[in-house]
Design a binder for this molecule. Sequence first.
Ligand code: ZN
Ligand code: ZN
Length: 337
Amino acid sequence: MVLDAPRTPLRAADRPPPRPEAGQVLLQVRACGVCRTDLHVVDGELKEPKLPLVLGHQIVGVVEEAGPGARAHAVGRRVGVPWLGWTCGECRYCRSGRENLCLRARFTGYQIDGGFAEQAVADERFCFPIPAGFPDLQAAPLLCAGLIGWRSLSMAGDGERLGLYGFGAAAHIVAQVARHQGRRVFAFVRPGDEAARRFALEMGAEWAGGAEERPPEELDAAIIFAPAGELVPRALAAVGRGGTVVCGGIHMSDIPTFPYELLWGERVLRSVANLTRKDGEEFLALAPRIPVRTEVQAYPLEEAGRALDDLRGGRLRGAAVVTPLTPAPLPLPGERG
Ligand SMILES: [Zn+2]
Ligand SMILES: [Zn+2]
């Protein structure tokens, strides 16, 4: 499925099979998760995509062939490919354990063709073995929703009372990890979205309300996954002194001005950018021990556009995943909300 230009629909295209270059593996794609970042690329809010582009940066695939010199993954091994697709290894960020900030980084489904396809190639150094016990569809959201969620949670500090703004793919995973760590979870959803509120409670939140509401008690930290800048002052108002607010998305609408009082008291406001391979190794080791259970809604590959629309419209419970293999059952018309 190809994006020719921002703000145009994805198009099904027959392309010659990709060839693995030196250090790359060729993957048969089994499933690929859909992420809000994909919407930001389609909408032209992220300005530097290769075009035409195959979107998708949560790839679960099986190694079909190794390119010259690629030895890390045997043919037949199931691996996952995340957003971080290549780093230079030389810049001051790469050399200090912060490859997520690499000045020359290239990203899957953005500057490198991604996983909304039957086959994909990836740098073998940026492929993670997928833990057994996660079926292909359920594993896919671990690779961005899970990894970025994990990095965001790590950056939120170790406070007990955690707020999650926007209860989609990332939050439903983070809630499970946070509960496993003994934290208490408070979820904020779109005002009036009763289905999302119930979903958050099922996933372990002890309270769920509209994003405009104040939580029943002061929070120690909050993570904002929704791309709405007006949530920043709200989240700052909800955390206590010394609390941290983490913005987990790659793009956000402008943040309104707010009184300094909301930041005073050593509150911290920060973003999380991308991921490191260390985040991936840590999280994929932890996920089966919890165990994280992802809720997915499957779409046939050729319906990737519909998956993006459902994400945009807030019609998902958990994460959307496209698959070129098993035709997913289509929801009845009444079920699309
Ligand atoms: Zn993503
Ligand atoms: Zn670098």
